[in-house]
Design a protein around this ligand. Structure first.
Ligand code: GLC
Ligand code: CA
Length: 539
C-alpha cells in the first residue's frame, strides 16, 4: 500500500452519475438526489463501491452546474442539503462511498463573490478573481479576457466559458510591469485557497469521501510544468491527509505524473492530446471528439487497431506514477463523445469491460455505459453541452413512458430519451443472464474478490504487437497470476507461449468465445471471434 492512501481506494470501482439525467422523483423532468437514493439497490446490484456525482450545487446551469453560485448549497432542482446528506449516509451504510465534484478554478458570474468583485469600490472580494487594471488594456496571450462587463474599470479573465470567471490563484511569474498579476502568496489567492479548504471540509464533515476536481491544473496562470499549481494541491493534500486521511482527491488533469506529483491520489486518463494511446483503445476511426481519421480503435471488429499505442503510453505512465497513486481508465464521462458503446456490439462491450475491470488503478463507469447506452445525435445544445449533449440523455430504466426516468410529460424532460430505450434498458438486462449489465456485474464481483486484479497489483505485458492479436497481459500478486487475453477481431487467433513455472492450479474465471490448453509449460490460447479470457494461475 502506498503512503497515506485511503484504505478503500485499492478496491474502488467508481460509477459516475450525471444527476440531471439519472432518475426524476418529482416529475419535473430533471433527475434529483432522491432519484439517486431510490436507485441505490440498483447501484449496489451492479457492485460498484463508489459513486461520483457531477456538480449538484446551486448554479444558473449555463455549463450544467460547472458554474457554481453557492458551493455550500445543493441546487434546489436536485433537492436540499439534507437530501444529499441522507443519500451519503445511506450509501455509506451499503459500503458505497460518495465523491462530489469540486470546481475550484472558476465560479458562475452569479456567485456573490464575483458580484462583489466586479464592483468599482474595493471590497473583500476585489482580488478573489483575476482582473487587469483597465478595460482598454491589450489582450493577454493565452488568457481569455472579457471586456466591459463591470462597473469596475478592468477586464476579468474567464477560465472556460465567458461566464466562468477564473478565481485568483495568482501567476507563477507575475509580470513586474503589470501589478494586477499577483503572486500566489498575495492575500487574494491565499484567501481563495482557504475558502477551497473550507468547502472541502464542509462536505467531508457531511460524509462525502472526497472530490473529483474539475480542471485541477488550471489554478495558477502561466504556470509552465504546473509547478505552482502543484504546490497548492500538495498543501491541500497534506492538510487533508492530516484531518481526513480516508478522503480522496481525484484529478481531471490528464497528465498523471504531474497530477500525482501534485498530491492527487488518482488522475483520470482522458484521451485526446495528452493520452492519444487511450483514445486509440476505444474512440479512434474518425468518430467523436478526438477525431483521428487515420487510425482504428483496438476494440474494433476489423482488428486493425494497434494496441502498442496504448501499451507504450500506459506502461510509461504507470512507471512514473506507481509510487504515488493511481490512474483511472474511464468508459466515458459527460464530456467524452460519443459513448463507448457507439459502433460496438454488446459482445465487444463485454471485452471492453473485461479489460477495464482487470487493469490497475481505479476504473470509472459512466452511467448508462453498463447497459451500452449510445450517443444521441442531433440534439440542440443543453446547458452548454454542445456536442457533449448527446452523452447526457436520461438513464434508460425500462420500456415505458420516458424510459422510466420521469413521470413528467416527455416535453418537460431535461433531455429527450434516446430512441434506443425499448431495446436498451435496465429492466431487459436484469432479466437476461447474458446481458451486458449482468456481465459487467459479474466482472465487478470478480475484481472485488481478487486483490490481484485491483488497483495496486503488478501489471505486465505478455504479448502486445502492432498488427498482431491477441493482446495478452497479466496481473500478479504473491503466488497468484491472472492472465487476460483479448481478441476483438472477427478473426480466430491462436497464441502459444511458455509459462515460467508449471502452475499448481489453473482455472478459468471468465471466457467469451475462447479457451486455453496447457501442455507441459506450453500455454495455448484459442481465441474465437470477439473473444476474451481471464485465467487464474497459482504457483
Ligand atoms: C471540465 C468539465 C466540463 C466543464 C469544464 C468547465 O472539463 O468536465 O464539463 O464544462 O470543466 O468547468
Ligand atoms: Ca426532479
Amino acid at each position: 500500500m502506498k503512503k497515506e492512501m485511503p484504505s478503500w481506494l485499492e478496491s474502488a470501482i467508481f460509477y459516475q452519475i450525471y444527476p440531471q439525467s439519472y432518475n426524476d422523483t418529482n416529475g419535473d423532468g430533471i433527475g434529483d438526489i432522491k432519484g439517486i437514493h431510490e436507485k441505490l439497490d440498483y447501484i449496489q446490484q451492479l457492485g460498484v463501491n463508489a459513486i461520483w456525482i457531477n456538480p449538484c450545487f446551486e448554479s444558473p446551469f449555463k455549463d450544467a452546474g460547472y458554474d457554481v453560485s453557492n458551493y455550500y448549497k445543493v441546487a434546489p432542482r436536485y433537492g436540499t442539503n439534507a437530501d444529499l446528506e441522507e443519500l451519503i449516509k445511506e450509501s455509506n451504510s451499503r459500503g458505497i462511498r460518495v465523491i462530489l465534484d469540486l470546481v475550484p478554478g472558476h465560479t458562475s458570474m452569479d456567485h456573490a463573490w464575483f458580484q462583489e468583485s466586479q464592483k468599482a469600490e474595493r471590497n473583500q472580494y476585489t482580488d478573489w478573481y483575476i482582473w487587469n487594471d483597465s478595460v482598454w488594456a491589450d489582450q493577454e496571450p493565452g488568457l481569455n479576457i472579457t471586456r466591459g462587463y463591470a462597473e469596475r474599470n478592468a477586464s476579468y479573465i474567464a477560465n472556460f466559458f465567458y461566464f466562468q470567471p477564473a478565481l485568483n490563484y495568482g501567476f507563477a511569474h507575475p509580470d513586474p510591469d503589470k501589478p494586477w498579476q499577483q503572486p500566489v502568496s498575495a492575500p487574494g489567492p491565499q484567501a481563495v485557497i482557504q475558502e477551497i479548504k473550507h468547502i472541502i471540509a464542509f462536505w467531508l464533515e457531511r460524509g462525502a469521501s472526497g472530490f473529483r476536481v474539475d480542471m485541477a491544473s488550471s489554478l495558477v496562470k502561466r504556470d509552465p510544468g504546473k509547478i505552482e499549481t502543484g504546490k497548492i494541491w500538495q498543501d491541500i493534500r497534506a492538510w487533508m491527509s492530516e484531518h481526513y486521511p480516508e478522503a480522496v482527491l481525484i484529478a481531471e488533469w490528464g497528465v498523471p505524473a504531474q497530477a500525482l506529483q501534485s498530491g492527487f491520489h488518482v488522475d483520470m486518463l482522458l484521451g485526446g492530446y495528452h493520452n492519444p494511446g487511450l483514445t486509440s483503445l476505444f474512440r479512434k476511426r474518425g468518430i467523436g471528439m478526438h477525431r483521428d481519421p487515420y487510425g482504428w480503435s483496438f476494440f474494433d471488429e476489423a482488428g486493425h487497431g494497434d494496441i502498442t499505442q496504448f501499451v507504450d503510453e500506459y506502461t510509461q505512465q504507470l512507471e512514473q506514477t506507481q509510487a504515488l497513486g493511481y490512474m483511472g481508465i474511464i468508459t466515458g464521462n459527460h464530456d467524452e463523445h460519443p459513448r463507448i458503446a457507439d459502433g460496438k456490439s454488446m459482445e465487444m462491450m463485454k471485452l471492453v469491460y473485461l479489460f477495464l475491470l482487470t487493469m490497475p488503478g481505479t476504473p470509472f463507469i459512466y452511467y448508462g455505459d453498463e447497459i451500452g447506452m449510445t450517443y444521441v445525435h442531433g440534439l440542440a445544445s443543453k446547458e452548454g453541452g454542445y456536442e457533449r449533449t448527446g452523452v447526457r440523455t436520461p438513464m434508460q430504466w425500462q420500456d415505458s413512458l420516458n424510459a422510466g426516468f420521469s413521470t413528467g410529460s416527455p416535453e418537460k424532460l431535461y433531455l429527450p430519451v434516446s430512441e434506443s430505450y425499448p431495446a436498451v434498458n435496465v429492466a431487459n438486462q436484469l432479466a437476461d443472464p447474458s446481458s451486458l449489465f449482468n456481465t459487467v456485474r459479474h466482472l465487478i464481483s470478480i475484481r472485488k474478490s481478487h486483490p490481484a486484479l485491483q488497483a495496486e497489483s503488478a501489471f505486465s505485458v505478455v504479448h502486445a504487437q502492432a498488427g498482431e492479436l491477441p493482446f495478452v497481459y497479466q496481473r500478479t500478486r504473491a503466488d497468484e497470476t491472472y492472465l487476460v487475453a483479448l481478441n476483438p477481431s472477427r478473426n480466430e487467433v491462436h497464441y502459444t507461449f511458455k509459462l515460467e513455472h508449471n502452475p499448481k492450479e489453473i482455472s478459468s474465471l471468465f471466457a467469451q468465445n475462447g479457451a486455453f490448453r496447457l501442455v507441459d509449460n506450453q500455454m495455448t490460447l484459442d481465441l474465437g471471434l470477439v473473444s476474451g479470457l481471464l485465467v487464474k494461475l497459482s504457483s
